[in-house]
Design a protein around this ligand. Structure first.
Ligand code: FES
Length: 385
């Protein structure tokens, strides 16, 4: 383990990896009830265990010393933290570039001004649909007007703005509508993020996963929009893993770039790692981030390529995808050390195929959608299991 590690002398000689990106999940409380949320199913209604302001200050300082430069405040809904402006100010003082990832529920012009003054780098507002009815149907709240008003206010106050639209079977057809809206509003970038199947999304997968035809149509519409609209808005289309034949490097590779700190202070190499069995989860209340990053069992468990089993171990592409997603391997094969079954070379690839086969039914806007929404009432059943 390194000691005497200073901000200006970040070296890569002893340890190749530096946690450049810190994701601070400030709270799991949330006014939105997205059925595709990647938060764990076991969310507690109690906020008593959340890290205090002082504890977060310590986390930020330790992360910055380790080399973190990008800081995302997310949740749940980070606006529910009364100390958000203090955390932003401290992050700015430490030299982070900050991003606030929010539903915009609870946001107002005064807060935007405060956040800007505190040094917020940019704000990302999520939409659940490109119109009022779809947004309400998949967010469980009547928030479309508030999102539109706050989006305009962010622009008016000159804060860089990104819009996020999580895509699934029931809103993929709205891609052009959403891009048109984002352009008219003046967004700097748009992220069209196909649902990734963890937490609540995995639970609701059968009703969320689109068919391949839907996905291709949405990509086509996105590319057509790009060709016709050559303005300054960047558009990112994040494809769902399930339709690829090679996995992506998850979180840029396990414990290579990302440190995710949960509301209660657990430190994870990805947002879903709490599902990994048989390993202790390090916590900032008990250990320093430096020690967690370099020496904890969790962070070292799947770092690099030494842990790999076949077919990954002898695969010529292993450095490119680092075996894909450990959490996905666990969910679909029962063992996190297996190759991500998205890979067509995985002996478990049939598991992905059998899931996608069921999704090929034609999209019918009238089909019943019995989704389990992410709220405390629904979470109770998982807390008692
Ligand atoms: Fe955990 Fe991919 S989400 S490794």
């Amino acid at each position: 383990m390194r000691t005497g590690f200073s901000l200006l002398t970040v070296k890569m000689s002893e340890d190749t990896y530096i946690p450049m990106w810190l994701l601070a999940e400030l709270t799991y409380a949330c006014p939105v009830q997205c059925p595709y949320c990647s938060n764990p199913l076991q969310i507690s209604a109690s906020r008593k265990q959340e890290l205090s302001t002082e504890e977060w200050f310590k986390v930020l300082s330790q992360a910055r010393k380790l080399g973190a430069v990008q800081l995302g405040f997310s949740g749940g809904e980070p606006l529910l933290r009364q100390d958000l402006v203090d955390l932003l100010r401290e992050a700015n003082r430490l030299g982070f570039y900050t991003n606030l990832i929010t539903s915009a529920i609870g946001l107002d012009a005064e807060k935007i001004a405060e956040f800007k003054e505190a040094g917020l780098g940019h704000i990302q507002i999520s939409f659940q649909g490109a119109d009022e009815a779809t947004n309400k149907r998949f967010g469980g709240t009547d928030s479309f007007k508030q999102k539109m008003t706050m989006t305009r206010e962010v622009i008016r106050q000159g804060l860089p703005l990104g819009l996020n639209f999580v895509l699934h079977r029931h809103n993929l057809h709205q891609v052009t509508q959403f891009l048109t809206m984002a352009e008219e509003l003046g967004a700097e970038f748009v992220e069209l993020a196909n649902t990734q199947y963890y937490g609540w999304a995995k639970h609701n997968q059968e009703h969320l996963l689109p068919s391949k035809a839907q996905l291709e149509q949405a990509e086509l519409a996105t590319n057509e929009f790009r060709q016709k609209h050559t303005g300054s808005m960047d558009i990112f289309f994040v494809a769902p893993d399930y339709y690829d034949d090679r996995p992506k490097k998850c979180s840029n590779g396990w414990a290579t770039t990302l440190m995710n700190v949960t509301p209660e202070g657990d430190v994870l190499p990805c947002h879903a790692a709490k599902m990994i069995p048989g390993v202790a989860f390090p916590n900032v209340r008990k250990q320093a981030l430096d020690e967690i990053w370099h020496s904890s069992d969790l962070f070292n468990k799947f770092r690099g390529t030494e842990w790999m089993v076949e077919p990954c171990a002898s695969c010529p592409e292993k450095e490119q995808d680092l075996g894909g997603c450990r959490c996905q391997a666990l969910m679909l094969t029962g063992d996190a050390a297996n190759a991500d079954p998205v890979c067509s070379l995985s002996p478990h690839h049939d598991k992905v195929r059998s899931i996608t086969e069921k999704a090929q039914r034609p999209f019918n806007p009238e089909e019943p959608v019995p989704l389990l929404f992410r709220n405390m009432k629904n979470a109770k059943q998982f807390l008692t299991e």
